[in-house]
Ligand binder design. Structure first.
Ligand SMILES: Cc1cc2nc3c(=O)[nH]c(=O)nc-3n(C[C@H](O)[C@H](O)[C@H](O)COP(=O)(O)OP(=O)(O)OC[C@H]3O[C@@H](n4cnc5c(N)ncnc54)[C@H](O)[C@@H]3O)c2cc1C
Length: 542
């Protein structure tokens, strides 16, 4: 059995051996930052997810780290200020993983605001964000034509360009890196482990029934505090544990389609769709991610319908001058998730109007008597605040955090980066790129692995073959697969293709299926289970 499964198995054994300070249920962005923050500050933490880490909403976002310019229309200035500050903080903390990007916005005749009004709003937005990014520009239709000829300006009244930020890799990888930091501080993190509900014993200790969703084995875990970070399933989980809270969730479905890259410039093309909502074409390496939608749904499990797909295709095709329209045949992959939006319990009968204007802020409900915390809403952009707030609440519940001032997020500091760059220079890796990617290998490794990239370079030093790509048409190299097998708790092939990497999003399914390199990768990831894992993902014979 491979080393990676052993890591998970060893954690599973430890789950039932002790009483944890905190059990976190749900390993999306909210649960993962809570785990990283609490364990780095000295709490004894376990985190479980019923699927893989980030397998639900947190793998289906727009990958944007943004101040929420659109919330200015509903006058939510305090929220915009808070999100802009969070965005700036993330940009400072993750200079290689989170990048500023320009939003190039075209407005068509009949739009509810003029381009000058939007420009003034963008100036204001820039100010609310402490002028941290590059300033906005007002664009004439002629300028748009010249600078981004792809945009259909037949009905244009001009537009604006302003800055926000985006995750250069992908959301699920960003989340996993918090799980990884939590593990470094002794957190027991286990994926495919479902909570079936919790109850308190007479000493006030929580007993949570867990089911290992790979083996169906069930057992109990003990903790002083429970944090419910189940995203769209928070309410359902609270019912299982007999918790009543001040807030609850309602759901809004959003989809994205990933197609071959449509424009050369590294900027987000921004439009207003037929329903009046902002609509983006976001760069994703050699691809473009188009979306999103905002549909009220009652079920946390959602899928892309033909209607969703058509909405996105119609809207993008109308707004671009493409030699031929984008069709279903161009779609490489799709993303679909539900936004868990917070509502106070008394607000139940939402009209459509209220619905689209629902606030996107988060709330953390605390049951002081029962030592129970529920995290509602949230955004990737807001993740550092959530980690900090959870630490405060856990302390209020009586668990002390001895390493109170330890920083639990961010890329390693400049000194460590200089050391890394020096090592990559000495190995002649500071200029190496692979044919399908113009990015320098050592830059990519640093962004993806942080301090762990030192270990990868050491492996390359011992065996230069380790720097060679393994999976055709991708930039994944041999030593990354070994690292993934040992450290990244990959249980299924989807965990690797969809979340630790974004290969399933950017490479055609058939190309992956026919890739001899991926079969080799499976052997590294799963040892003797390689055939089974490959067949589980693709169906058919290995
Ligand atoms: C279309 C779309 C676009 C978005 N775009 C952006 C954006 O650009 N920028 C931004 O900042 N935010 C964006 N968001 C919002 C953001 O993605 C979400 O707010 C965030 O990912 C929610 O994280 P979470 O941890 O609360 O939930 P989730 O990521 O859903 O995590 C909850 C986890 O709990 C687990 N779980 C559930 N029940 C159990 C159980 N019984 N036992 C164990 N585990 C359980 C699930 O498996 C899941 O992994 C977007 C959301 C959507 C849908």
């Amino acid at each position: 059995m491979s080393l990676k499964i052993s890591l998970r198995d060893s954690y599973i054994k430890m789950l039932s051996n002790e009483c944890f300070d905190v059990l976190i249920i749900g390993g999306g962005i909210n649960g993962s930052v809570a785990a990283a923050a609490l364990s780095s500050r000295g709490a004894n933490v376990a985190i479980v997810d019923k699927g893989d880490f980030a397998c639900l909403t947190s793998q289906n976002s727009s990958n944007l780290v943004w101040g929420g310019i659109k919330y200015m229309e509903s006058f939510e200035f305090p929220l915009v200020r808070k999100l802009c500050k969070s965005r700036n903080h993330l940009l400072r903390s993750y200079p290689s993983a989170i990048k500023e990007i320009r939003f190039y916005t075209n407005l068509d005749r009949g739009f509810r605001h003029s381009s000058s009004a939007l420009y003034i709003a963008a100036l204001f937005y820039w100010g609310i964000g402490n002028f941290f990014t590059r300033g906005p520009r007002l664009l004439s239709p002629l300028q748009i034509n010249k600078e981004e000829s792809l945009i259909n300006t037949t009905n244009s009244i001009g537009g604006i360009e302003y800055s926000d930020a985006y995750l250069y890799d992908n959301d699920a990888r960003f989340v996993f890196n918090f799980i990884d930091s939590a593990i470094e501080y002794n957190c027991k993190a286990v994926n495919y482990m479902e909570s079936l509900g919790s109850k308190q014993d007479k000493n006030g200790e929580w007993l949570t029934k867990l089911r290992n969703n790979r083996s169906n084995e069930e057992f109990d875990i003990r903790s002083k505090i429970i944090i419910n970070a189940c995203g769209p399933y928070v309410d359902q989980q609270n019912q299982l544990s007999d918790q009543t809270t001040e807030h609850h969730h309602v759901f809004s479905k959003g989809i994205h389609l990933i197609v071959p890259r449509i424009n050369e410039n590294e900027r987000v093309l921004t439009f207003f769709a037929d329903d009046g909502r902002m609509f983006f074409a976001i760069p994703m390496g050699g691809r473009t991610m188009i979306g999103t939608t905002d549909t009220h749904v009652s079920n946390p499990v959602a899928e892309v319908t033909e209607q969703d797909r058509q909405f996105v295709l119609d809207n993008i095709n109308k707004r671009l001058n493409l030699p031929k329209p984008i069709t279903n045949d161009d779609i490489i992959s799709e993303r679909c998730g539900v936004r868990p939006l917070v509502l106070k319990n008394e607000k139940v009968n939402l009209q459509y109007e209220d619905w689209t204007k629902l606030s996107r802020k988060h709330e953390i409900d605390i049951n002081q008597k029962k030592a129970h915390i529920s995290i509602y809403g949230g955004k990737l952009t807001d993740c550092i605040n959530i980690g900090e707030e959870v630490c405060d609440k856990v302390e209020r519940l009586g668990v002390s955090l001895p390493q109170k001032n330890r920083k639990w997020y961010g890329e390693p500091d400049q000194g460590i980066l200089s050391e890394y760059l020096e090592l990559s220079r000495s190995l002649n890796l500071d200029k190496l790129t692979h044919s399908d990617s113009s990015e320098i290998l050592s830059t990519r490794l640093w962004r993806r692995y942080g301090k762990r990239a030192f270990g990868l370079l050491e492996n390359i030093k011992k065996d230069p073959k380790m720097a060679e790509p393994l999976i055709e048409g991708t930039d994944y190299i041999n030593c990354e697969l070994i690292e993934a097998a040992e450290r990244e708790m990959i249980v299924t092939l989807e965990d690797f293709l969809r979340r630790r990497s974004k290969l399933a999003l950017v490479v055609q399914h058939e190309d992956l299926k026919n890739s001899p390199g991926l079969r080799e990768a499976c052997k590294i990831l799963f040892d003797e289970d390689a055939v089974e894992r490959w067949e589980e993902y693709f169906g058919g014979r290995f």
